[in-house]
Design a binder for this molecule. Sequence first.
Ligand code: ASP
Length: 280
Amino acid sequence: MKIIIHGGFFSESNQSHEVKVAKQDSLKAIAKKSYDFLQNNSAFDTVAYAVSLLEDDDLYNAGIGSQIQSDGIIRMSAAIMDGETQKMSGVINIQNVKNPIFVAKELMKEDDRVLGGNGAKKYANENGFGDFSTEIPQRRKEYEEKLKTGGKGTVGAVALDKHGKLAVATSTGGKGFEIPGRISDSATVAGNYANQFCAVSCTGVGEDIVSNATSAKIVTRVTDGLTIENAFDRTFEELKEIDGFAGAIGIDSEGNVFHQDSYPTMVFASFDGVDFEVFG
Ligand code: ASP
């Protein structure tokens, strides 16, 4: 059993040492809690649980604490993929729900599994997800000052359960200040992808991640026989060609856990029941 989670990027120039330590502590605690959950639950249920904990923590740009778009509205995107069934479901630009990842998970039972905008919100309300504002004063202040935080804070989780099954989930408030209608990578196969061989979640500039098809490429390369390390390396080499800004976390079916970023520092933590690895 393995778990790795990310909380986007940390920027030394824009964020304080206190924020860094707070993120290290929170990621460690969430990785541990999620690993405990994984003991009795599937990888699929665990990645949704882990991402919901990250969404509930306002340190990250997903769920509570999401960035505000150029028109003053928060629109969130999230997706989940089960490596076993190779099915993905997601929501794109949903407003006013507490945990977009749980709406994404709910959609797994539908034929129409990726919903956007008002349709996603309507579906959420009809399926028991009440209205909830994920805005926090700090983000409003940043929005009003027209300042970007610099630290991208999408969240993600990849897990391998005791039956050897993989799953991935990713959730974001987007880049901040985007044109309304902009689509993030997080609910696409570029930002969130899994099969029986590998599962990968990304953070960074969505346009770069989509252009590079990052998660889908890494997973495909592992499927075709590359080691997870080589699959990450080759994909990040290609990302360099477009000066892409991204970070990714992944686990393969053998339990090898890997992460890489093109611009330091991606905020991540992993736990295997004995040892933690936390970004420094
Ligand atoms: N990938 C996200 C997006 O472009 C942003 C992030 O990772 O913080 O919407």
